[in-house]
Design a protein around this ligand. Structure first.
Ligand SMILES: NC(=O)c1ccc[n+]([C@@H]2O[C@H](COP(=O)([O-])OP(=O)(O)OC[C@H]3O[C@@H](n4cnc5c(N)ncnc54)[C@H](OP(=O)(O)O)[C@@H]3O)[C@@H](O)[C@H]2O)c1
Length: 211
């Protein structure tokens, strides 16, 4: 089965790409800088382009049965506007290519439209706003675009602090309360890749943590 991974030159995206290849998926990626993929470049189908380019997104999605979007806000201007557009293009092209499954990275302080932040996450949000403003802007832009789309079976994977230490191999997920404040990168990547074939968290936004 072929899937498309977006944001695969990033920290989360590259780790998720490795896990998806381990699971036996044929993977297409859309990247601005193929050299950032290193050796992985030889193991995937690379489309060079920007997520803001509808034709590049269309090419990257062609022939895939699911999408993992690990792209996040980067230190470039107008991340809110750009990620709103990225969400709109992604939804439009997924519908055009008749792809219904989307696994999307997100952050612990992010909310679905029907949710409210509890006190603990309000404090965390201040920290994210101060230190990772682009990450916050991108997520606040893309979530409503995808969430409101009935044709997409989305899952937002809400990650807390990511640690690069080796994975524990055990992940807790819960869409009512945060199961922990830290996730190892390998565990997050494995969880993301596994969601492609799982219906457990469809149209839900689980928080995940290493246990
Ligand atoms: N890092 C953390 O500690 C953390 C914690 C909790 C949640 N998260 C969530 O995880 C997301 C990803 O984090 P990360 O650490 O993997 O971020 P990252 O390393 O900065 O990766 C961001 C990825 O998005 C891609 N991207 C951004 N704009 C693009 C565009 N216009 N066209 C094509 N690609 C584009 C980047 O491509 P380029 O390489 O070309 O720039 C890169 O591959 C965050 O935004 C956040 O929602 C992260």
């Amino acid at each position: 089965m072929q899937i498309t991974i977006l944001g695969s030159t990033g920290q989360v995206g590259k780790a998720t790409l490795k896990e998806a290849l381990n699971l036996g998926y044929k993977v297409k990626v859309l990247v601005r800088s193929p050299e950032k993929l290193g050796d992985l470049k030889e193991k995937v189908i690379v489309i060079k382009g920007d997520l803001l380019d509808p034709l590049a997104v269309e090419e990257a999605l062609k022939g895939s049965e699911a999408v993992i979007n690990a792209a996040g806000g980067v230190k470039e201007p107008d991340q809110y506007t750009k990620f709103r557009k990225i969400g709109e293009i992604l939804v439009e092209k997924m519908k055009q290519e008749k792809i219904t499954r989307l696994v999307n990275i997100s952050g612990a302080v992010m909310c679905l439209s029907a949710e409210k932040l509890d006190f603990k996450r309000k404090i965390m949000k201040v920290f994210v706003r101060l230190f990772y403003p682009q990450m916050k802007q991108a997520q606040e832009a893309i979530i409503p675009v995808i969430e409101s789309e009935p044709a997409i079976s989305w899952t937002f994977v809400r990650a807390p602090m990511i640690s690069k230490a080796g994975g524990t191999g055990k992940t807790a997920a819960n869409d009512k309360k945060m199961p922990g404040t830290k996730i190892m990168l390998e565990d997050l990547a494995k969880f993301m890749a596994e969601q492609v074939a799982s219906a457990e968290w469809v149209r839900k936004a689980p928080w995940v943590a290493s246990v």
